[in-house]
Design a protein around this ligand. Structure first.
Ligand SMILES: [Zn+2]
Length: 78
């Protein structure tokens, strides 16, 4: 496909689970087609994918109900 910007490794489209924060909430979207570098693991989100992720999270359950809700343990370092 294309080359990694950082290490020049080959990138490949993979369906991965993407987790990210929005405000104080953590979201996980499963099976997102993301271009991943086979060498360093850098992820490249296409404009289309990041826009869809954005919409999913911003409009949340209006667009699509989450099929699962996970509890995330949060620890304090100190
Ligand atoms: Zn790379």
């Amino acid at each position: 496909m294309s080359k990694c910007y950082f290490c020049q490794g080959k990138t490949k489209i993979k369906n991965i689970n993407v987790d990210f924060r929005w405000g104080d909430k953590l979201f996980v979207v499963e099976n997102v087609p993301v271009e991943v570098c086979g060498q360093c693991g850098e992820r490249y989100y296409s404009a289309e994918v990041s826009q869809k992720l954005d919409n999913l999270v911003k409009r949340g359950s209006i667009v699509q109900k989450p099929h699962q809700t996970l509890e995330v343990p949060v620890f304090n370092w100190q």
